[in-house]
Design a protein around this ligand. Structure first.
Ligand code: AMP
Length: 212
């Protein structure tokens, strides 16, 4: 089964993807995580991606698509994956469709998590990530037991550079799923829209319901 998670930055794609992966065993592929890992290691790809990420812009399609195709070519993605943060536009969606068609597969579900703008801004500002294991927290909605410390592994929590308020506004402006992308999956008959403003567990259940 191949699934794409769509939604604006801050809709909860990353948090929900981790929960769905835990519940279903599906492989979670996040292009944002892949870019952040490359930035951390200061690879050539990371240095290039950083120039876009720091401005809240999208990394160019060619670079992103190559990275993604390379990733799904690995054996652990042979039978299924859940894409979080990819595709961001129709060009990327078509590249993914073509790659899957080449192995007799398709996107089975496109899950769109919708959240109002004001709520997104509030959420992105309060987000904390574990430097060690990548667990996600939110000051208000999902705080760690001890501020600054990961519940799961004791690692240090940090805020993403691109979660600063100036960059957040840019990201919302530039990175909402375009209407044409949503249409792409509606036309394919695989789109389910989910209200992302409900409590975390309710959103998780709605997503699991949609794919079961
Ligand atoms: P995310 O963790 O999904 O918010 O991604 C963090 C940043 O990585 C984004 O702000 C973009 O700069 C970049 N990025 C992630 N996924 C993509 C993509 N599919 N296309 C272009 N840029 C991306």
């Amino acid at each position: 089964m191949f699934i794409v998670l769509l939604g604006p930055p801050g809709a909860g794609k990353g948090t929900q993807a981790k929960r769905i992966a835990e519940a279903t065993g599906l492989l979670h592929i996040s292009t944002g995580d892949m870019f952040r890992e490359n930035v951390k290691q200061q690879t050539e790809l990371g240095k290039l991606a950083e120039t876009y990420m720091s401005k809240g812009a999208l990394v160019p399609d060619e670079v992103t698509i190559n990275m993604l195709l390379d990733r799904i070519g690995r054996s652990d993605a042979a039978h299924g994956a859940m894409f979080d943060g990819f595709p961001r536009n129709v060009t990327q969606a078509v590249a993914l469709d073509d790659a899957l068609a080449g192995r007799d597969a398709r996107i089975d579900h496109a899950l769109l998590i919708s959240v109002a703008d004001e709520e997104l801004i509030a959420r992105l500002g309060g987000r904390w990530i574990c430097r060690n294991c990548g667990a996600l927290y939110h000051e208000r909605n999902d705080p760690p037991a001890k501020p600054g410390v990961c519940d799961k592994c004791g690692g240090e929590l940090y805020q993403r550079e691109d979660d600063r308020p100036e960059v957040v506004r840019q990201r919302l402006e530039l990175q909402k799923p375009p209407a044409a992308l949503i249409e792409h999956y509606r036309t394919a008959g695989v789109l389910t829209e989910i209200d992302g403003q409900r409590p975390l567990d309710e959103v998780t259940n709605a997503l699991l319901e949609a794919i079961r």
